[in-house]
Design a protein around this ligand. Structure first.
Ligand code: CAA
Length: 380
């Protein structure tokens, strides 16, 4: 693995960093407090080519690759984790359509996902009773003439109130077929029979929209099938392998912010006549935080590099996501401790970082699911 960034990767990183500092960071606390969809930030990201970084230019993407995608998400997450998760999901949806879609599907959706014409793209896999085990999903799609008709419910759908397109997984064969009887469909935002529920009242990433969806006889044409009939589960798994690099990047960005703010605070805040940075108790915390951040960075970059070079990366993506998310929670928890009482109030961002980091251990596969993926690969 080459850790030296290419010119393109360095440019994407700088572009994301500048935008994060100038536009995203100043709005982050308000986005969290008001739970408002960060529309301007999302649009700005699209204008900079950061909403479809690894999508080929022929269908409107930036074509800058996987490592560049990860770097961009890290930079945005450092400023605002809510914006970063929607950016990560949008990139994942664009990549999935670009990889598995027909020419017509790609031409219809990818340019709109890339340009911000769609405020977001959504990944509708989880259900109220099927999160870690999507093979147990109950949403169905049945053939009716030339169409498919979808019925069922989805849950925890990031950006679901604003989607231009949803990738929706549904059962196209009996429940006994498990993962082998699932297909995926492209459903346009505002489709008849699609009801978007009330946004969840979440602990963190409060500026990102998370909603349940109901499908009541949603009719889509045969051309809305993404990939092969009954081949949808593998598309979900392959997309999630990439998505997990995105979430590890998000976790890393949050942890970096918490560490940088802690170091700055430790140099300012005085106790016993000296800045607390001079106390070994604080220095050891900062040392452990930096070590965790760097280890998470290396794991994430390795997974991204493998994916970029067309090599197997599923296990490495799970390792990156597992480690980075758990490291981020530890780092953010220590950041609160270093800030003392100020870490527990909204005047400082430390408490937001901890609330934001926590979900990275849950979505796109819990830490327990990442361990399942890793252990299966170790034992294979
Ligand atoms: N790539 C390609 N194919 C894969 C694969 C991968 N990474 N993982 C599994 N498959 C294939 C298998 O080879 C198998 O195919 P065959 O039948 O042809 O052999 C098929 O898929 C079924 O695989 P498994 O038997 O391993 O499936 P399983 O039911 O045991 O599940 C699991 C495996 C890893 C636990 C999977 O269910 C999983 O990842 N669960 C977590 C789901 C998840 O991450 N949800 C997140 C929701 S999205 C989200 O959070 C987005 C957001 O909004 C932020």
């Amino acid at each position: 693995m080459d850790l030296e960034l290419t010119e393109t990767q360095a440019m994407v990183q700088k572009t994301a960093r500048d935008f994060a500092t100038r536009v995203v960071a100043p709005q982050a606390a308000e986005t969290d407090a008001t739970e408002r969809f960060p529309r301007a930030a999302m649009k700005g990201l699209a204008e900079l080519g950061l909403m479809a970084v690894n999508v080929p230019p022929e269908v409107g993407g930036s074509g800058a690759g996987v490592v560049a995608t990860a770097l961009a998400i890290q930079e945005i997450a450092r400023a605002c984790a809510s914006t970063a998760v929607m950016m990560s999901v949008n990139n994942m949806v664009g990549e999935a359509i670009a990889r598995f879609g027909t020419d017509a599907q790609k031409q219809q959706h990818c340019p709109r996902l890339a340009s911000g014409e769609y405020p977001t793209g959504c990944f509708a896999l989880s259900e109220p009773d099927a999160g870690s085990d999507p093979g147990g999903m109950r949403t169905t799609a049945r053939r009716d003439g030339a169409d498919w008709v979808l019925d069922g419910a989805k849950q925890w759908i990031t950006g679901g109130s604003y989607a231009g397109v949803y990738i929706v997984w549904a059962r196209t064969a009996g429940p006994e077929t498990g993962a082998k009887g699932i297909s995926c469909f492209l459903v346009e935002g505002g489709a008849k029979g699609l009801k978007v529920g009330r946004p969840e009242d979440k602990m963190g990433i409060r500026g990102s929209d998370t909603v349940p969806l109901e499908f009541d006889g949603v009719r889509v044409p045969a051309t809305a099938l993404l990939g092969q009939e009954n081949g949808g589960f593998k598309i979900a798994m392959m997309a999630l392998d990439g998505g997990r690099i995105g979430i590890s990047s998000q976790a890393l960005g949050i942890a970096r912010a918490a560490l940088a703010e802690s170091a700055a605070y430790a140099k300012e805040r005085r106790t016993f006549d000296v800045p607390i940075a001079q106390h070994q108790a604080i220095q050891w915390k900062l040392a452990d935080m930096q070590t965790s951040v760097d280890a998470a960075h290396l794991l994430s970059m390795r997974a991204a590099w493998l994916k970029e070079h067309g090599k197997p990366f599923s296990r490495e993506a799970s390792m990156a996501k597992l480690f980075a998310s758990e490291a981020a929670v530890r780092v953010c928890n220590e950041a609160v401790q270093i800030h003392g009482g100020f870490g527990y109030v909204r005047e400082f961002a430390a408490e937001r970082h901890l609330r934001d980091a926590r979900v990275t251990m849950i979505y796109e596969g819990t830490s327990e699911i990442q361990r399942v993926v890793i252990a299966r690969s170790v034992l294979a």
